[in-house]
Design a protein around this ligand. Structure first.
Ligand code: S3P
Length: 435
């Protein structure tokens, strides 16, 4: 069993290398595999989740060659996936299973997608429902919309779909299915959620109508099928969701100064910066090429005192993966931090509301769990504790950060899951602890 053993540390003054963005790495392998022609992807996140996507795409007929660290040369299928010979193993990755559902549903193949214990408990009904309306045929062998998922692909009809939750995975699954359906497929998002699929499909030559958000932030995204992607080169920036751990550590520890280069600064993902600034953090973000399809740049965080804030409403999808570590920031801040409208956290790799509230309480924080979030009374000193991460990478890393502020030793058990999104986190943590 791997553990993180963490203790209180002094100011963190370093430059930290952030690995590639997980969402974009998945999409780069998928879109290059769907495309006609060759693509070279650099900066690809070689973590378990994204490597699950690489092996899934290989099993669906794509030629993917790893030519160096984070570099993959992909000869696409021109939009014609082939029949896999065995199960398509999606590992721990919800993104792989949900986006593949959209891609496979329109192909004349059948596939059985499986996942690990955590993925097998996650709801797939949210993609099965709209894809079935398009003519896709799904069987959820786990019952109640749960994996394994069997997809019998075939000809799809276009769809107009108003998403009940702002989910980038659902939006992406429908748009990917719409690529092969004849006519206009539209997805309406109730609030802005990460738009990598839209930006990257355009990079791969797809014509999309991005609509204009209304006063409530609702937006209709439309594409006209059929369309074929064109191979191209794509550079994956660093993952702001991985940078998030160091942003919180640096912001809350007085005297710190952490620099991170090449961090993705997509406006549908950078909410952590605005939330921490609202809490009083000193963060500068300088885009290197603001006109790039996926903007990225240098982020510098300097330590100081934080105060509590409210994180709610339309901001939630923008910080959905950062909420565990933002809750830790709330415990370190003075005053109250309220997280609400975040019920989605209950269906992530684990129930992140219960996991975060339970672990913070074990460290001596004052936290009240609510149905869709939590209320944290900040400023109570944290004490070291022995914690579980419930096979959830973001819980493991968020509490390693909490341990840097606690009195005594914090041990987080079974942290192998961190390899799904940030395999070098442990080494960076070690360098911070021994600096
Ligand atoms: C992701 C979308 C989000 C996020 C997940 C990755 C993606 O999930 O939590 O880690 O790459 O599209 P939802 O779309 O379910 O909100």
């Amino acid at each position: 069993m791997q553990t993180f053993t963490v203790h209180h540390c002094g100011p963190i003054r370093s430059t930290i290398t952030i690995p590639g963005d997980k969402s974009m790495s998945h999409r780069s392998a998928m879109f290059a595999s769907l495309a006609k022609g060759k693509s070279t992807i650099t900066g690809f996140l070689e973590a378990e989740d994204c490597l699950s996507t690489v092996s899934a795409m290989r099993s669906l007929g794509s030629h993917i060659e790893r030519t160096g660290t984070g570099t993959f040369v992909i000869e696409g299928t021109g939009g014609h996936l082939s029949q896999p010979t065995g199960d398509v193993d999606c590992g721990n990755s919800g993104t792989t299973m949900r986006l593949l559902s959209g891609m496979i549903a329109s192909q004349p193949i059948h596939a059985r997608m499986t996942g690990d214990a955590s993925l097998s408990k996650r709801p797939m009904g949210r993609v099965i429902k709209p894809l079935t309306e398009m003519g896709g045929r799904f069987t959820a062998e786990g019952g109640d919309g749960k994996p394994p998922l069997v997809v019998e692909g075939g000809k799809l009809t276009p769809l107009y779909y108003e998403m009940p939750v702002a989910s980038a995975q659902v939006k992406s699954a429908i748009l990917l299915a719409g690529l092969s359906a004849e006519g206009e497929t539209s997805v309406v998002e109730p609030a802005a959620c990460r738009d990598h699929t839209e930006r990257m499909l355009q990079e791969f030559g797809v014509i999309l109508d991005l609509g204009t958000p209304d006063a409530n932030g609702r937006r209709r995204i439309t594409l006209k099928g059929p369309q074929t992607l064109k191979g191209r080169d794509f550079v994956v920036p660093g993952d702001i969701s991985s940078a998030a751990f160091w942003l919180v550590a640096g912001a809350a520890k007085e005297g710190s100064e952490i620099t991170m280069h090449g961090v993705g600064l997509n406006p549908t993902r950078d909410g952590i910066i605005s939330v921490l600034r609202r809490m009083g953090a000193d963060i500068t973000a300088t885009p290197s090429d603001p006109n790039a399809a996926e903007p990225s740049g240098t982020v510098v965080v300097k330590g100081g005192r934080l105060t509590g804030t409210v994180i709610a409403g339309a901001e939630i999808p923008n910080v959905i993966d950062e909420l565990p570590v933002l809750a830790v920031a709330g415990a370190l801040a003075s005053g109250t931090t309220i997280i609400r409208d975040a019920k989605e956290l209950r269906v992530k790799e684990t129930d992140r509301i219960a996991a975060v509230a339970g672990n913070l309480r074990a460290m001596g924080a004052k936290v009240t769990e609510t149905e869709d979030g939590m209320v944290i009374e900040g400023g109570y000193p944290l004490r070291g504790a022995r914690l579980q991460c419930f096979h959830d990478h973001r819980i493991a890393m968020a509490f390693a950060i909490a341990g840097l502020f606690a009195e005594g030793e914090t041990v987080i058990e079974k942290v192998e899951c961190v390899a799904t999104s940030y395999p070098t986190f442990g080494a960076t943590l070690e360098s911070v602890l021994t600096a």
